[in-house]
Design a protein around this ligand. Structure first.
Ligand code: GMT
Length: 373
């Protein structure tokens, strides 16, 4: 099978899932072609049967906004004529599903099947904006196959775009060999004393992640138990989070690691992971934490309740309630047998339900179903 994967290269869940999927498919002997404007950041391995096609944008004085969608579509069509793709798999509807549709129109009866995987903000935020709504709906309707990363996102997609087409839910996955409890490359003592707990948050620090709630909750926690907060990632709210920590007088207990590509080495250091998002279609960061045996305290939002079993692998609290976030975190952190049990439950859940092997098999079965019509 020959698969073209179109994705965003920058830090963010959709690019991670697309990259890991491509790596997994190529390990199974498939020919995988990645299309993006940069090498996706998680594409750190080399498999002999994957190829990266970098989309170069032509700059011309007339183009105040260089036409990326058309350039991507043209390249998809050209490479498909050359390699005869079976599937173009677009990750994130905007503009990837639209570019895939355009490429298919160019290719006419030589067209590969188009599969679109919806990840979250392409439906819950950007796709609903008036400027994108009709083209997003059209591109989803015209795809031969559509998947979402959670049941929540499936329902939301149907509701927002009034769709009654078939949508397959295929959850996100994680490599349990790379993300494992004993996987850290550095000593815990580098960040915290022997009696201190480590609380962690990793994200792209977009407003939707509510990072300031992490700081506010940690402020309550550190008054009750010796602890440190480790933040990894970067983005628009990083500055606000750090100023808030300074204003609350806890700047020395909040350690900011900036962008980190190999979070599998950092996550196992944590006693607890916090994800207080205002919106989260799945919550890949929580899944990666689970794989490293780290319980998660998050919000009752989107697809998170499908992943985080309340009281079993972590705890969920209402959006914006940073006091509840702190109290539930404290209950876990102050009771090591409970924390340890949650850690074991989390690791087991990932191995049983979200392993790379299982989920890639679901994608392959879906490809076969769509190809056979
Ligand atoms: O907000 C992000 O983390 C980035 C965004 C993306 O598409 O790159 O993530 C979305 O896709 C992830 C992978 O499927 C999901 O795990 C995230 O829940 C989802 N983010 C949101 O819905 C806010």
């Amino acid at each position: 099978m020959k698969i073209a994967i179109v994705c965003y290269p920058v830090r963010g869940g959709s690019g991670v899932v697309a990259s890991e999927l491509g790596i997994g498919l190529s390990k199974r002997g498939m020919e995988v072609h990645f299309f993006s404007y940069e090498l996706p950041f998680r594409l750190t391995t080399f498999e002999s049967n994957f190829i990266f096609h970098e989309i170069d944008i032509l700059h011309y004085p007339l183009f105040k906004y260089p036409p990326y969608t058309e350039t991507l579509a043209a390249r998809l069509a050209d490479e498909s004529m050359r390699h005869r793709f079976d599937i173009i798999h677009a990750h994130y509807a905007i503009p990837h599903a639209t570019a895939a549709y355009l490429a298919a129109q160019v290719l006419k009866d030589q067209r590969p099947k188009i599969i679109t995987t919806l990840h979250g903000t392409d439906i819950t935020l950007i796709g609903q904006d008036r400027s994108f709504y009709s083209i997003t709906k059209f591109s989803i309707e015209e795809s031969d196959g559509v998947t979402t990363v959670s049941k929540y996102l499936e329902k939301e997609t149907r509701k927002v775009f009034s769709l009654n087409r078939k949508i397959k839910v295929i959850p996100n996955f994680v490599d349990t060999e790379r993300f494992k409890p004993e996987g850290s490359s550095c000593a815990r003592g580098r960040f915290a004393g022997p009696d201190e707990k480590i609380i962690m948050h990793i994200s792209n620090f977009r407003p939707v992640k509510n990072v300031t709630d992490v700081i506010r909750a940690f402020n309550i926690i550190q008054k009750r138990i010796p602890s440190k907060l480790l933040l990894a990632g970067d983005g628009p709210d990083a500055g606000n989070a750090l100023s808030l920590a300074r204003d609350l007088g806890i700047g020395d207990k909040v350690l900011f690691l900036g962008n980190q590509d190999r979070v599998q080495y950092i996550l196992p250091l944590a006693d607890l992971f916090m994800l207080p998002s205002a919106s989260e279609a799945f919550g890949l960061a929580a899944l990666e934490a689970f794989s490293c045996g780290v319980p998660v305290v998050g919000t009752i939002v989107g697809g998170l309740p499908e992943l985080v079993q309340d009281g079993v692998t972590g705890k969920l609290v209402p959006i914006g309630d940073f006091e509840a976030l702190a109290e539930e975190s404290l209950k876990i952190l102050q009771n090591e047998p409970v924390r340890k049990q949650m850690s074991e439950n989390a690791r087991k859940l990932v191995i049983d339900k979200y392993s790379t092997e299982d989920i890639i098999s679901q994608y392959v079965a879906f490809y076969e179903e769509i190809i056979s019509g």
